[in-house]
Design a protein around this ligand. Sequence first.
Ligand code: COI
Length: 361
Amino acid sequence: MEQAEITKDQYQITIERVEKSRLPEVDFDNIPFGKIFSDHMFTAEYKDGRWQNLRIEPFGEIKYNPAMSALHYGQLIFEGLKAHRSADGGVNLFRHRKNFLRFNRSAHRMAMPALPREVFEVGLLKLLELDRDWVPSGINSSLYIRPFMFATDEYVGIRPSDTYRFIIFTSPVGPYYDHPVKVKVAEKYVRAFKGGTGYAKTAGNYAATLLPAIEVKKEGYDQILWLDGCRFEQVHEIGTMNVFFVIDGKLITPTIETGEILEGITRDSVITLAKDMGIPVEDRIVSIGEVIDAFHSGRLEEAFGAGTAATIAQISEIGYKGERLVLPAIESRKISNKLKAELMGIKRGMKEDRYGWIVKI
Ligand code: COI
């Protein structure tokens, strides 16, 4: 797909503000995840080979033809990123350029047009400026940002759409998981395989997780831990986040090199921080066998998930072939607790941002 040209005129964003903010209705002491939406959204349309009609308008319903191709063939990609209230009362946006790059990698895989960085960035920054009061200040809360793009051609046939819509909306959120997570290793379902769409942040990858998640919930688990789609041997990721293990003091995580795993930005941040802290990191193919063996020989010290929504989510239990492996107590987990504190400290401006991860709004 060609990178669309954008002229100076198209940078102009039309802004329509809400008549009355819904902010006073929000109970910031009790914020659920993903159910409250800020006043405005940013939107742009792709038509005639270029992105146009950039605007910020009140968050609200959108109307489409039932034949809209995204509804039928799944040309739909999305991102998740966060802005945090900093200790000095400002707003810190975390690593948005990395999300932008991943967005366009997903777009390429799903035969969708690339989004110019200017559209993503100008739209996002303007939206955050306008709705900055929606960024919560609670220690475990943040503003979750959801950019997404979908195919809008009205055509019932298999071909890439010629038209698309891009939207960013935001949502003040509390924790995605308010308890340590129990995961069950996949035994019959498959999420990804080499050459598939595993690395793309596309709706279908998440839809594939829903039925397995319902099934494992009946056995008391929160999520599924995916294995590779060929042999059910290599650990991939959890339905909602990437996965890390600490074995013999080493931080181990499945590689993204095979193209089957989401290229997590929290994953990347965790690896960067760990290396700087002198923690040995192994970013490689991880077999489920070695994880289970490590548990049985008392060497599996920690396990956790990492994702934008979930941040660093401790794993308390792993279910595998009828066995329930109960992991060491959360308080004993030196490495993940340290990484979590460091990451949160940087996001909230309480620790030095040595990597240029933060943009202040
Ligand atoms: C995210 O972490 O941002 C995601 O998109 C995952 C989803 C479980 C909310």
